[in-house]
Write a protein that binds this ligand. Sequence first.
Ligand code: NDP
Length: 484
Amino acid sequence: MAKAKPKTLTTAAGIPVPDNQTSLTAGPRGPTLMQDHYLVEKLAHFNRERIPERVVHAKAAGAFGTFTVTADISRYTRAKIFSEVGKQTEVLGRFSTVAGEKGSADTVRDVRGFALKFYTEEGNWDMVGNNTPVFFIRDAIKFPDFIHTQKRDPQTNCKADTPQWDFWSQVPEALHQVTILFSDRGIPRGIPYMNGYGSHTYSFINARNERFWVKFHFKTQQGIQCMPAEEADRLAGCDPDYHTRQLFEAIERGEFPRWTFSVQVMPEKDAETYRWNPFDLTKVWPHADYPLIEVGVLEMNRNPSNYFAEIEQAAFSPGNVAPGISFSPCKMLQARILMYADAHRYRLGTNFERLPVNAPRGTQVQNPYQRDGSMRFDDNGGGGPNYEPNSFGGAQANPAYAEPPLKISGDADRYEQKRGVDDDYIQPGNLFRLMSRGEQGRLIKAIVGSLKNVPQPIQKKMVEHFTRADKAYGAGIAKALGLK
Ligand code: NDP
């Protein structure tokens, strides 16, 4: 069979290229001519292939999928995505490690990002979660310091154990997440085998304009599976992209991973008296207090056709919530609403929401009053008015989408958001106590594997924290470290 004739290669401006193998020189042995603009264009573009990597969550796998509603929750939310049982919405998912660089190994002990973009008919809902229900800190003012402890030493450029334990020993609110991180779940067997959590408290608003506080849970239907540390260490060396490839190949084979999406719902008033501060990101809402309500199924079923275009350029912003879903006073969430979009403006440019993977899929027009800016590649709002109010039929805000007012009180101050002296120890202790003996042993071994490398005063401080969570927890760590 005759091969189809290849298309003519062109420059970026569409000019046919006569030779893509030999540059233009002055004579057979002479220097290259400046006139070879095609050579210059090729090398200059190559120099600019990289965009700034994300400062956290740089390494990731991603895929597209479908969200299907299985139960009616319209009594809690008017969000169109949940408007009827059986309704399907396209989703983009990005699943990342936190601390490592873009080329780092997948099987390290780390929290995993679990970021979802639901392309709803009323705009994109970005559920930018993790595979853990809590986080290390509850106040964003600590975030850059915490992340510095996870990154490279400013002098040696190597990772080190001391900074993270030094920090955690002085921030007891971290103990809950530290316990999860060093438990078996700290190294998932793969992306399909971990849960996702919205982690923060968000809100739902129903058609009667009533507010409920809500937490999001995506429970794996493949079952939780974790990887023994020895196997993870070996794979980090010989197959650093293990989780990325595993997800890609599973989807190519038609084995689509699925998660059951459930919510915990708290009536707005309960927040004032609930025994935990419901907006503290280092706490869960125990299931016995607020049981899971099943809502739907998430299935990842389509691989990206180009990684850079669809996953590296994907921009998830916790500020993107569709009507019927909204925020809470969680201090970490409040900061993320600002910071994620800010990071994307730096990384991708001011028009990042117009990139095809980030643009809404519905029929709505993206804000026509936002004009210009670098790399504006659509019609830039055309000839329509570029100001509002106007008398020429331009888009207008719609008060039907207004949320109920949020009641707040008190004096402006810097509050620590704790409810009691043992507040930060009870839930890590509960978690330790629900683990099997084997799991507790592996948790202690994993902690000591890292904590043994740090100065003794820091070890002692940590043992005090573990002991306050559970005596056996503290005793196990102290014994393994050889401390009295
Ligand atoms: P429950 O007995 O109702 O729930 C226990 C939950 O613990 C399970 O549903 C499971 O969450 C989770 N779990 C089990 N093993 C581990 C592990 N090794 N690492 C992390 N999570 C694990 O009790 P509570 O609701 O009172 O929670 C007790 C503790 O469980 C909490 O202090 C918290 O540390 C942890 N937890 C609680 C969650 C919640 O939303 N209430 C969610 C996740 C953890 P899952 O079903 O999501 O897999």
